[in-house]
Design a protein around this ligand. Structure first.
Ligand SMILES: NC(=O)c1ccc[n+]([C@@H]2O[C@H](COP(=O)([O-])OP(=O)(O)OC[C@H]3O[C@@H](n4cnc5c(N)ncnc54)[C@H](OP(=O)(O)O)[C@@H]3O)[C@@H](O)[C@H]2O)c1
Length: 327
């Protein structure tokens, strides 16, 4: 495993960080509790020291299971990354910005983006409880929202840093202008954004911004939520209550399959999986500090952690990039 400093902080994260969205179950067709706990243990046993979650993942369940999985472990060797700013329990009294309707066991839960100072502080207290810890290594605003001034949200994070409840502050899904505005109040160490072989929009603006300002980029959905593992073109099927039934439809699937067929021999030659090849490529892109690899069981977690053992030559990278340009 490789460990990388986030921006100008002392915070070192594992280049492959465990993504804990799917273990929340909701939106992902459910998940078995023991598989979830095992996935975290497997990551930690294979050099992954950092775990990314959010209160929204499984409506608190992802954070709770992480809390259970790390109980009794040396906390100083684990970095917990969580978020705030998505409210589903009605506690915002419809303040903030309506985002979408989530489904939970047949109930509809309106989800709001809400990042007022009081809400940030409240959410962090709840996260600390669920995670069973007294500090969060990296706290991130989950989504920008338009009803709270950015400086108010940043002040809340600054206060939490002063109180020692949070070590570093970041955001997620921010644009460059939003980063610029936030940085007037508080130095943001990272922006968590979607990026993959199929989704490279950040290369034109957020990547140059991060390089110029020495801030970290934390990549989410690097395997396009499982699509780039290639398995959905083979045997695997999605459950009806899995959001990816809709998510995958944004891609031209026959082109994606052709692309994966082209690069699979590189993986095979190395005794690696397609997911490892995809993850390793992602860790090698400019300004990318950390790649969040979602894993819902031990096997996936081990496979993902070992992606860092895959060596890619310049010729192989060129071959992959050419194949990408032909999609
Ligand atoms: N900030 C945000 O707005 C945001 C949004 C999305 C995600 N995230 C974060 O980023 C993390 C990663 O993104 P993601 O979970 O959306 O997508 P991802 O990492 O691209 O894909 C994860 C999914 O791919 C499949 N998979 C993973 N490893 C595999 C392996 N080795 N072999 C075969 N299949 C494998 C699993 O799904 P199946 O087993 O069901 O196939 C898994 O749930 C999340 O967990 C979360 O922490 C943040």
């Amino acid at each position: 495993m490789e460990y990388r400093k986030l921006g100008n902080t002392e915070l070192e994260l594992s280049a492959i960080t465990h993504g804990a969205f799917a273990i929340g179950g909701n939106m992902w067709g459910g998940n078995e509790k023991q598989d979830s706990i095992n996935s975290i243990h497997a990551s930690l046993d294979h050099g992954v020291t950092s775990i990314d979650t959010a209160p929204f993942y499984g409506f608190g369940l992802s954070e709770e299971m992480i809390g259970e999985a790390i109980k009794g472990k040396d906390r100083s060797k684990i970095q917990l990354l969580t978020k705030f700013g998505l409210v589903w329990d009605g506690s915002n009294n419809e303040k903030g910005e309506f985002f979408f309707d989530a489904e939970d066991e047949g109930k509809t839960l309106p989800v709001y983006k809400y990042a007022s100072k009081a809400n940030v502080i409240k959410e962090v207290e709840e996260s600390l409880k669920r995670l069973g810890t007294d500090y969060i290594d990296l706290l991130q605003l989950h989504w920008p929202e338009s009803t709270t001034p950015i400086c108010e949200t940043m002040e809340a994070m600054e206060l939490l840093i002063q109180q020692g409840k949070v070590l570093a502050a970041g955001v997620s899904n921010y644009t460059v202008p939003q980063m610029q505005e936030a940085n007037r109040t508080l130095h943001l160490v990272s922006n968590q954004v979607s990026y993959s072989m199929l989704n490279r929009a950040i290369e034109s603006d957020l990547v140059p911004y991060a390089l110029e300002h020495n801030s970290g980029i934390i990549v989410y959905s690097p395997m396009e939520r499982g699509l780039l593992t290639g398995k959905y073109f083979k045997e695997d099927k999605l459950k009806d209550n899995d959001h990816r039934n809709g998510y995958f439809s944004q891609f031209d699937l026959s082109k994606v399959k052709n692309f994966l067929d082209k690069i699979e021999p590189i993986a095979q030659e190395k005794g690696a999986s397609l997911s490892q090849l995809v993850l390793r490529w992602t860790t090698l892109q400019p300004a990318i500090t950390v790649v969040l690899a979602g894993a819902r069981n031990a096997q996936q977690a081990i496979d993902n952690a070992k992606a860092m053992q895959v060596n890619l030559s310049q010729d192989e990278l060129n071959f992959i990039n050419t194949a990408l340009s032909e999609i």
